[in-house]
Design a binder for this molecule. Sequence first.
Ligand SMILES: NC(=O)C1=CN([C@@H]2O[C@H](COP(=O)(O)OP(=O)(O)OC[C@H]3O[C@@H](n4cnc5c(N)ncnc54)[C@H](OP(=O)(O)O)[C@@H]3O)[C@@H](O)[C@H]2O)C=CC1
Ligand SMILES: CC(C)(CO)C(=O)C(=O)O
Length: 339
Amino acid sequence: MSAPILIWGAGAIGGTLGAALIRAGESVVFVDTAADHVEAIKAHGLRIDGPIFQDTVRAPAFTPETLTGTYDRILLCVKAQHTRGAAESLAPFLAADGYVLSAQNGLNELEIRDVVGAERTIGCFVNFGADWLEPGVVHYSGRGTLVIGELDGRITPRLEALHGLLLRFDENARMTPEIWGFLWGKLIYGALLFGTALTNESIADALEAQKWRSVFLRLGQEVVRVAQAEGVTLKGFDGFEPDAFLPGAAEEVIDDSFARMVIQNRRSTKSHSGIWRDLAVRKRKTEADAQIGPIVRIGASHGVPTPITARLVAMIHEIEDGKRPLASENLDALDRETT
Ligand SMILES: NC(=O)C1=CN([C@@H]2O[C@H](COP(=O)(O)OP(=O)(O)OC[C@H]3O[C@@H](n4cnc5c(N)ncnc54)[C@H](OP(=O)(O)O)[C@@H]3O)[C@@H](O)[C@H]2O)C=CC1
Ligand SMILES: CC(C)(CO)C(=O)C(=O)O
């Protein structure tokens, strides 16, 4: 058995990845700041529910203060707003020639790179669905695209080795020389997910509704303009087609992309986004500032206005702060106020 893989953040994504790798015969160590979750894993193992596999896996679990050792492969799976703190906490445990893989939404690789160095950072685009249910229990809800890539686009031996490892989680896992194209693609799709989370509708129902097609399209087009100003070549996945969000896109291209995103989401038993879950179930701050906030900042740096994204972030904060109910009217209002 090879050296253990350290999963930093053993929630929905980290728990699912770690459990699948354990089932594939890998040695895994979990780290999480949620002490009750760590205690439950230590006492009873980590249970994975859901349609893809059900199992209880056993592995050492620690809070960051109790961890010891040095690891050459760390999978960072915390929410985007916790990235910098987590990267600083994990740095002492990262081998000099090791790496951190960001299995997250957002441009977290930029922050990880600041802390541990570009040469010890690998990018990852993750679109499978999972939910943390309770201490020691995660629901793996639906498959989705998983792509890894070096930040500078090289196909290195360590990327190939990591790809080999991740194939044991999902036989369709890929590696790419264009990880930034996927990460920005997920930012556009992520902005749409934040839009769906203004409501209690499922992702699929919200993306399917014709009354909201215009606001989703204008939101996506806004993020595309920022990505283009950054010089990013956007990549598509799981029904999300960047061409659908280009100015003057044909109606059929738009309809086809939305239809395929709806199919992808209906296939998953995760009906609502992690954003909605933070607002409606876990009653906590979302990743709005850390995940889609950078769209506004980067847009401003290029002189590209992003009023729809900025208003969306503000509305999400109002819901977080209890100043706005979660309701369909929010998406109607975003549409009205930004037309
Ligand atoms: N869930 C999903 O279906 C998908 C999620 N993603 C992305 O993956 C990332 C992880 O999300 P997800 O797994 O859902 O999140 P979860 O909240 O389920 O898991 C994150 C875990 O990390 C813990 N944590 C927080 N801060 C630290 C820290 N500094 N060090 C160690 N552990 C910490 C959290 O504890 P606590 O809860 O107490 O904060 C939690 O247990 C996010 O960027 C998300 O957007 C991407 C695709 C799909
Ligand atoms: C909806 C999903 C799983 C992507 O398909 C996601 O990224 C999220 O919940 O944040």
